[in-house]
Write a protein that binds this ligand. Structure first.
Ligand code: ATP
Ligand code: MG
Ligand code: MG
Length: 349
């Protein structure tokens, strides 16, 4: 079988490696984190920093194709790897997903709507201009490295600007108008090297304290809204010339229309329900796409709700394990810090 290199050692890498193993593909994990979720299940691990070019060279030499489960890999490292092996998805998808300004501009250039936004890259003055343009309430988000609602602060009135700017540590940001959404959905598409695509059905997402809490299918949306969501994912994957998976998070408005929130060029937390509800789950589909294998059938055979186990919630595992039908997935993280994703449970509904 092929040898797949994965940059990143978290739970997404772990579940990818487990799916790959089932297809006879062995994974080599590159991660700075000792004994992380992915390393625990992989025979080959390189423990090094993402900017260690010598370590990256040795890693590349040991695999046939390279992907990542963490998109904040430095540009120079991706370029270095891409000279040695196919890197899927490529730099354009990574670069665009790493920076909220590039990301919003990318969607808007495709004619796909986002929340109204303005860049805030030159300090308090540009924040004042952005607030004048967007109005309040609004959300200020760092352009880079935000996740689980970290690196975001709400502005209820223009007077909150100074405090918001300081709270983000004076980093480049975007100001977004607060969207009065009726629900949040996401859609995950796989794209193969020959351009073939396969899309999972849209999922309904609920967040708690900025962190994804549940993802449920079927999502209670109109058929036209589901079709529009798939079309957005399809056109974004094509425009990025993406090989692998692309997850797109969307806001659904009262009239059924959609705004893109953000994207991730990799498996996504809101696709974990596929593990116990689809003929091919997102991790197997990801492996198939990046290894140039035929894409599998993404269709769903049962209704499902995925619930994240965050922090101490993981201690409920004996109860969940005893619940008929519930499928428990634990990530092997040693410490259950507050806000940390420790596992998830898929419950048929
Ligand atoms: P993730 O863990 O999904 O990568 P993140 O830190 O990148 O999260 P976002 O997805 O941008 O953050 O925002 C987190 C959540 O905050 C959204 O799912 C949504 O519930 C809410 N939110 C973000 N932006 C807006 C907005 N412009 N209007 C209304 N709600 C928003
Ligand atoms: Mg995000
Ligand atoms: Mg998000």
């Amino acid at each position: 079988g092929a040898r797949l290199g994965i940059l990143g050692g978290g739970q997404l890498g772990r579940m990818t490696a487990l799916a790959a193993a089932r297809l006879g593909i062995s994974c080599h994990i590159f991660t700075p984190e000792d004994n992380g979720p992915a390393s625990q299940v992989c025979p080959m691990v390189t423990l090094a920093a993402y900017d260690d070019l010598d370590a990256l060279s040795r890693f590349a030499a040991s695999v046939d194709v390279i992907t990542f489960e963490f998109e904040n890999i430095p540009a120079a490292s991706v370029a270095h790897l891409a000279a040695l092996r196919p890197v899927r998805p490529g730099w354009k998808a990574l670069e665009t997903a790493q920076d909220r300004i590039l990301e919003k501009r990318f969607f808007n250039d495709l004619g796909i709507a986002t929340a109204p936004w303005a860049p805030v890259t030159d300090g308090p003055q540009s924040l004042a201009e952005a607030v004048a343009k967007i109005g309040c309430p609004a959300i200020l988000k760092t352009t880079r490295l935000g996740y689980d609602g970290k690196g975001q602060v709400r502005l209820n009135a223009p007077g909150d600007s100074a405090a918001a700017w300081a709270a983000l540590g004076n980093r480049p940001a975007v100001l977004e108008g607060l969207v009065p959404f009726v629900s949040e959905i996401s859609v995950i598409i796989a794209r193969a090297p020959d351009g073939a695509t396969a899309c999972f059905e849209p999922t309904l997402n609920h967040h708690r304290e900025g962190i994804l809490h549940t993802s449920s299918v079927p999502a209670p949306i109109r058929p036209q809204t589901a079709i529009a969501a798939r079309a957005i994912a399809e056109s974004a994957a094509l425009a990025l010339d993406l090989v692998g998976l692309l997850a797109v998070e969307l806001f659904v408005l009262a009239d059924g229309s959609l705004l893109v929130n953000e994207m991730a060029p990799r498996p996504h937390n809101s696709g974990h329900w596929t593990m116990d509800a689809c003929h091919t789950d997102q991790f197997e589909q990801f492996v198939r796409a990046v290894c140039g294998l035929p894409l599998g059938d993404p269709s769903r055979f049962r209704a499902m709700r995925m619930t994240n186990l965050i922090g101490d919630e993981v201690h409920d595992w004996p109860l969940l394990m005893a619940t008929p039908g519930a499928r428990l997935h634990l990530y092997g993280k040693v410490e259950s810090r507050r806000g940390r994703k420790m596992g998830h449970v898929n419950t048929p509904v």
